[in-house]
Design a protein around this ligand. Structure first.
Ligand code: S3P
Length: 183
């Protein structure tokens, strides 16, 4: 994994948060956006707004391959809309594990932060959230998917361990690592 470059707070920047289901991408993203005073966007929310249906319905109707096509199109449009202002973006758990999506992020050159935690902890957090995630079934399948994707997540510019930390501390760690100016 490469060391993230020192980031100037003068040029527009997008921070991407990636990682498995339950990693805290959306909650850390929100905390980070509040601390930086930058807007926050969740790619799954963009997908649901574009498709006018929930992620669960998209999976039910088009299966995972259909969802991935929609996800890629949504990420592509998000990347095209990155203008002169900074923002924080959380991707869904599988997005960065898809080669074409990782290539889009690499090409843009923005920092990609992998939020990590032990798989049992990720599974537990998802259970607590009571959010219907089509790819979260039993712990064994969840673990298999996590292990298959982990090498992809490790291509991020930075990995942050979130186990035993609250959302605010993780957000602070991102700010410190990227040498950003908090409000
Ligand atoms: C997915 C994770 C979900 C959502 C979709 C697929 C995955 O996002 O994009 O259900 O493939 O891991 P979260 O990581 O926000 O749950």
């Amino acid at each position: 994994m490469s060391t993230p470059e020192l980031v100037s707070d003068e040029k527009a920047l997008t921070i991407f948060l990636v990682g498995f289901m339950g990693a805290g991408k959306s909650s850390v993203g929100l905390a980070l956006s509040r601390r930086l005073g930058w807007p926050f966007e969740d790619l799954d929310d963009r997908i649901e707004a574009r498709e006018r249906r929930s992620i669960e319905e998209i999976f039910r109707q088009f299966g995972e391959p259909g969802f991935r096509r929609i996800e890629h199109a949504a990420l592509h449009s998000l990347m095209q809309g990155l203008g002169s202002s900074s923002r924080v973006v959380a991707l869904g758990g599988g997005a960065f594990a898809q080669t074409p999506n990782a290539a889009l992020l690499e090409e843009a050159g923005f920092p990609v932060i992998f939020l990590d935690a032990p798989v049992e902890e990720l599974f537990r957090r998802c259970q607590e959230q009571q959010l219907n995630r089509p790819l979260r079934r039993n712990l064994e399948e969840f673990r298999g998917l996590y292990e298959a994707r982990r090498p992809c997540y490790l291509k991020a510019s930075l990995r942050i361990e979130t186990d035993g930390k609250d959302v605010e501390s993780v957000a602070w760690e991102v700010i410190e690592s990227l040498k950003l100016q908090s409000l």
